[in-house]
Ligand binder design. Structure first.
Ligand code: NAD
Ligand code: WQD
Length: 348
């Protein structure tokens, strides 16, 4: 039996893809998730895709802020490491409900770290975000850029990074890897697992996919006057399967005795505009995406993409897929599951 990994938020978009990858790689995985933004069907689908490895996955519906439940879990099982995805992630919502975000993301993380320390489990991989680069002065973003957040969600990531650095400073037995994801998109090539946000999607590709299947009439393009190839914002989109593989690479790195608290970008190093992404999706799906041009969205940066040198060098990891594969797999997921893991919304 391989190492046993606790995955918080493992029923969610990135978590479910990572859990599958871990199972196929021989790890035993224990998922905790409160299902606030996910469905237990994702766990069933991961089990199906994992085939003979499915018995190595167990699931507990637990909220991170339920410290006694965390205590009970750590008292009953020994974990080699934790991958911590659980958190709320909607930027706009965080502006309206900052305390909810600070409570859920920061208090939840503090409880997790406390319980881990109490049980001698001091290896952590944490989901940070390129959001900590704010509007970067230049691109590509390297890990030593100053960090800065433009909204409460981003501040939760920034604070948690700092908390992890302080925890490591106080006790060098900790080994922590902070992964700054750029823009995860796409789905498992089977089309059986993918992103299924509750409510109106905030991010570009979930919105595009819902337009393609007829759930929404048009995509609103936020900003057409940026200083970019076609005036629309540029981002570093990364296939979720590549991102999942980045977590396996991070777990391998935690075995390196020299590691303390390190940060790595997970991106492709390539920038793609909104209109380029829409064109790639139209090509992959054969669907026309009607567009409505609008002003800039508050808090959006013009161009953000990663320097991938450090992850390539130290994690021995590099993204394999381009936007064609991202759109192909996103469409496979959307066309097989137009309503995600749920059933069609009732007509209004
Ligand atoms: P997601 O919403 O699909 O997954 C997060 C999971 O955490 C959900 O299943 C949710 O139910 C669970 N959760 C939330 N609060 C919880 C709590 N208190 N206790 C237990 N479970 C809880 O989001 P995702 O896209 O898979 O993101 C995973 C992580 O990566 C998040 O921390 C997110 O902030 C970070 N991240 C995401 C992106 C992105 O664009 N998707 C980019 C950068 C960083
Ligand atoms: C991408 C581009 C939009 C929606 C966010 C978070 C970040 C990280 C990833 C978690 C931008 C444009 C979008 C739409 C549009 N998440 N767009 N119409 O803003 O780069 O990053 O998700 O950590 O923290 O801030 O991603 O997908 O929202 O936007 O025109 O309906 O698409 O303006 O240029 P973003 P996104």
């Amino acid at each position: 039996m391989g190492e046993k990994i606790l995955v918080s938020g493992g029923a969610g978009y990135i978590g479910s893809h990572t859990v599958l990858q871990l199972l196929l790689g021989g790890y035993e995985t224990v998922v905790i998730d409160n299902l606030d933004n996910s469905s237990v069907v994702a766990i069933d689908r991961v089990r199906f895709l994992a085939a003979q490895y499915a018995p190595n996955l167990s699931f507990h519906q637990v909220d991170l802020r339920d410290k006694p439940a965390l205590e009970k879990l750590f008292a009953s099982e020994k974990f080699d490491a934790v991958i911590h995805f659980a958190g709320l992630k909607a930027v706009g919502e965080s502006v309206h409900k900052p305390l909810l975000y600070y409570d859920n993301n920061i208090i939840g993380t503090i409880y997790l770290l406390e319980v881990m320390a109490a049980h001698g489990c001091k290896k952590l991989v944490f989901s940070s975000s390129a959001t900590v680069y704010g509007w970067p002065k230049e691109v590509p973003c390297t890990e030593d850029f100053p960090i800065n957040a433009l909204n409460p969600y981003g501040r939760t990531k920034l604070f948690i990074e700092e908390i992890c650095r302080d925890v490591y400073q106080s006790d060098s037995e900790w080994k922590v890897i902070l992964l700054r994801y750029f823009n995860p998109v796409g789905a498992h090539p089977s089309g059986d697992i993918g992103e299924d946000p509750h409510g109106t999607p905030n991010n570009l590709m979930p919105f595009v996919q819902q337009v393609a299947v007829g759930r929404r009439p048009a995509l609103t393009v936020f900003g057409t006057d940026y200083n970019t190839v076609d005036g629309t914002g540029v981002r570093d989109y990364i296939h979720v399967v590549d991102l999942a593989e980045g977590h396996s690479a991070a777990l391998r790195k935690l075995a390196d005795p020299s590691i303390g608290c390190e940060v790595y970008n997970l991106g492709t190093g390539k920038g793609t505009s909104v209109l380029e992404m829409v064109a790639a999706f139209e090509k992959a799906s054969g669907k026309k995406i009607p567009l409505v041009k609008a002003g800039r969205r508050a808090g959006d940066a013009e161009i953000v993409y990663a320097s991938t040198d450090k992850a390539e060098r130290e994690l021995n990891w590099k993204a394999k897929y381009g936007i064609e594969e991202m759109c192909r797999d996103q469409w496979k997921w959307a066309s097989k599951n137009p309503y995600g893991y749920g059933s069609p919304e009732p007509a209004t």
